[in-house]
Design a protein around this ligand. Structure first.
Ligand code: UDP
Ligand code: MG
Length: 312
């Protein structure tokens, strides 16, 4: 079985040397056990890093043939980098596993994933059994994230990030999803096929900083739900909401004025309708606009990633 690991990297110069060493070791062990074939590869996708990440990948490639590199033309974000990697390797491997460059996801779970693949699974999700090593903040925000997703009707596997095995067949199916608004976590369950989960303990990032600060996390969550972010339209929606709440305050205020008897006749109902209906209209336009915006971006069919170099 030919296994490819796909690892998106954005400004990961601090972790790459250690990551590559650990992965090479793991790969050697897997090959010796006969679990994976000698043609298996580790593919780093440089997502337009501004540091020495690409130079490091080139170095690794020159050193050891099991390392490959894909350089994107610019920073496209984690999801797109991941897709770029998967789509590039899909015709060369039997299965691909995606994981993060910081190895927070235990690489010893690869064995179990490969076993599941051999049992006939096309999709194997890596699921975190505990988040003890994450900060309290990360833990609670992540929890809230999965809860929100489920509540919004997005089908996703709880506590599963982007650590998963996809068979060639599943990759082929994934390539049929043409959407520009990428949210792989929500897409993969839609592929179907036989799937299973493998649990592991999530570790700490051993070097470097998280590339997902709160701001990015929030926007990632929002995109997962609407699969896009149309900020101005969203601001209109928010404005609509605010105005609507103001109208409620006005309603109470006007009623009080009415019953204390010092108002012109008709003033109360006028005030309420102007504010309440105006606010609701803005809110509704905003929500519709959100979806129009999504259609707008999808119809453009812009490339989801552009590959500058592929070191084979
Ligand atoms: N990443 C990427 N492009 C980006 C941001 C992040 O390719 O624009 C990669 C990053 O290099 C890492 C993975 O996505 O391999 C996950 O990022 P990180 O570990 O910082 O996220 P966290 O574990 O904190 O959620
Ligand atoms: Mg991480």
């Amino acid at each position: 079985m030919i296994l490819y690991l796909v690892i998106p990297c954005y400004n990961e110069e601090e972790v790459l040397p250690e990551t590559s060493e650990r992965l090479a070791e793991k790969f050697a062990a897997l090959t010796n056990e006969g679990k994976i074939g000698r043609e298996s590869r580790i593919v780093f996708v440089d997502d337009g890093s501004k540091d020495r990440t690409w130079e490091l990948i080139e170095g690794l490639h020159a050193q050891n043939e099991c390392f490959r590199g894909i350089k994107l033309s610019r920073n496209k974000g984690h999801q797109n980098a991941l897709l770029a990697g998967l789509m590039t390797v899909k015709d060369e491997c039997d299965a691909a596993i995606s994981l993060d460059a910081d190895l927070q996801d235990d690489i010893n779970a690869i064995d179990a994933m490969v076993d599941k693949y051999n049992e006939g699974c096309d999709v194997v999700y890596g699921v975190r059994s505990s988040r003890k090593k994450d900060s309290v903040f990360k833990r609670t925000t992540a929890r809230a994230f999965y809860r929100l997703m489920t509540r919004m009707g997005v089908e996703c596997v709880y506590d599963h990030a982007d650590y998963r095995l996809l068979s060639r067949r599943a990759l082929e199916a994934l390539s049929e999803f043409k959407e520009v608004n990428l949210f792989l976590r929500g897409l993969v369950p839609l592929i179907g096929f036989k799937s299973d989960t493998v649990t592991y303990e999530r570790g700490e990032r051993f070097a470097g900083k998280s590339k997902y600060p709160l701001k990015k996390m929030l926007s990632f969550a929002f995109e997962g739900i609407t699969s896009m972010s149309i900020k101005p339209i969203r601001l209109i929606t928010a404005l609509g909401l605010i105005i609507f709440f103001v109208s409620i305050a006005f309603l109470i205020y006007s009623l009080i004025r009415h019953f204390t008897g010092n108002t012109e006749l008709g003033w109360t109902s006028l005030m309420i309708s102007i504010w309440a209906i105006g606010g609701l209209q803005l809110l509704a336009i905003g929500v519709i606009g959100e979806y129009v915006g999504k259609i707008y971006l999808e119809t453009k069919e812009r490339p989801r990633f552009i590959i500058e170099k592929y070191l084979k």
